[in-house]
Write a protein that binds this ligand. Sequence first.
Ligand SMILES: *Cc1c(COP(=O)(O)O)cnc(C)c1O
Length: 364
Amino acid sequence: MAEAVRGGHGSADGPFTERAARVLREELGAAEVLLTTSCTAALELSALLLGIGPGSTVIVPSFTFVSTALAFSRLGARLLFADIDETTLGLDPDHVASLLDDSVRAVVAVHYAGVACDLTGLGEVLAASPEVDLVEDNAHGIFGRYRDRPLGSFGRTSTLSFHATKTFTCGEGGALVLNRADDIERARTMREKGTNRQAFKEGRVDAYTWVDTGSSYGLSDTLAAQLLAQLEARERILDRRERLWRRYAEALAPHADRLAFRLPTVPPDRDPAHAQFHLLLPEPTDREQVVHALAADGIHTAFHYVPLHSSPMGASLAAAESSCPVTDDVSRRLLRLPFSTDQPLDDVDRVVDRLVATLERVSG
Ligand SMILES: *Cc1c(COP(=O)(O)O)cnc(C)c1O
């Protein structure tokens, strides 16, 4: 970062941007990767690129972060909220199939906690509707795989988040992953306030002018330097997170049946990205009580997500009401445990001890 500051190129598209984008391009096998100010910005760019606007409908999971839906709705799209499947907590292809109609232009998939959703099932549903594009909101799934193919390489576009809460971070940042070469020129223009600055820089046009819609979405090169340092350490970071994840799973497994909680499920054809560790508490448990008891021991746990289909804005933007019973159930029961790359392994044991003791007490 000091080198980036001294180099004097603080704005987007400097030398560190190019190096970080190259790592991502090569790892994901993408046509191009454009670093952005956030995953939300990359989702907005996807919506612009797909020509989303009034009259379009976009299918999104109800069980996701707001940005997955917001980026499309702010261009005038109506939303259809799909439920998730119980195994991966990703989109349920059958529910998506039942929501498809002539106005649907895109389906946005999330690989929750870094476990791929049913991409084969979704692919089969979408094969019958070639005018519907798949976008992967891959904020959790960086370097995860589905049947040995990188997450983020299945959609027309996919998006990454480098927010402080994510595995790889530069505080605030993201990326738009382009899997079609014919989207590159337009996406670059839209990321550069609708100007042909890139073509001008490359000497392909002799005037730098306003040619399209867009906004200011480029990540500062100083932040790209922070990101690059992390991407270069990716093997160590991923290995560490896998070890933490396995330690949780192994320590909790002997208690799961007795205390009736459910551990995350990873189908054998998926390599998870280990974005977080969560469990599903048994139905009558008072989750607030568990959170407070653990907080008293200095252990910070959290919920996920307030379903979008029943949020005030989500309900007002829905093209039609949907029923998402799995989402409703999971969002009431899910508990995320402390999980960060720099967490000592024996901290996992302490969290598990306190959690098990609390559940023994709370569930009676
Ligand atoms: C974190 C997150 C986002 C938003 O990422 P930003 O980089 O903060 O815009 C979007 N979608 C999902 C699924 C996320 O987890």
